[in-house]
Design a protein around this ligand. Sequence first.
Ligand SMILES: Nc1ncnc2c1ncn2[C@@H]1O[C@H](COP(=O)(O)OP(=O)(O)OP(=O)(O)O)[C@@H](O)[C@H]1O
Ligand SMILES: [Mg+2]
Length: 253
Amino acid sequence: MAGEPVVAVCGKGGVGKTTLAALLARLLRDDGRRRVLVVDADPAVGLGMALRIFPARTVNDVRKEIISAVREHAADQVDLAASVDYKMMEILEEDGNLAFLSVGRPEEEGCYCQLNTLLREAIESLSSHFDLTLIDAEAGVEQVNRRVMRSVSHLLLVSDTTTKGLRVAESIREVAEEAVEYRKLGLILNRVRDPAEAQKAGTKTALPLLGAIPEDDTVREFDASACSFLEMPPCPALEATRELLLESGFLSP
Ligand SMILES: Nc1ncnc2c1ncn2[C@@H]1O[C@H](COP(=O)(O)OP(=O)(O)OP(=O)(O)O)[C@@H](O)[C@H]1O
Ligand SMILES: [Mg+2]
């Protein structure tokens, strides 16, 4: 059964995943027709910073609450399972047609596995209440490998035009063949300086190329300032993202 789109933005570290996710969030906010669940799945904080949305509580806070409830025998397992859905709804930060979920960051290394499991459950249960879900993933293959992205229907692989970026995108696709139930997948080249550069990079990979986002000073300035991408003025990167959505048909069924 084809449910509502669950879009994840994945790729190598630093290639522009958060930038693309923020531009998409901005366009979906402007369009206003869909209720969108926006997920910052990066414990290093990505999309929250770009959109200047800082939820009071995170998925990691819910994880800690569950652990203390179990320790204090304050809840039996059945109650707990039912309350996870409710707790996830409760921690959403609403802003117009966007509802924002942040994964947060555990204090200790050993908690990432639990956190990823809870994040997967949160994405799977919450996304059914929204018209579209948009996820800014952690860099690399880990969250895909750990099946956090299992229910993702549309996988956007971002890369710069370097061979290294393209190879990471390809390895994410390989892992996704087993670990993600995706319906569509495509490559987006970012920080492209001229069309010839994009064309050349496109020939270095078998990934289906959806489009290219130009190198854009407005993006860099916004990143350096305390401004939200939701307030960004029209600029080439935003226009390219709009075209990509309209022309690629990526989000059409
Ligand atoms: N099209 C662009 N034009 C100019 N600068 C860009 C563009 N895309 C990204 N950048 C800049 O590149 C840097 C990395 O971008 P971004 O944070 O989106 O990458 P990321 O893939 O999310 O990184 P991480 O793996 O750390 O989460 C930022 O400083 C951002 O402003
Ligand atoms: Mg990021």
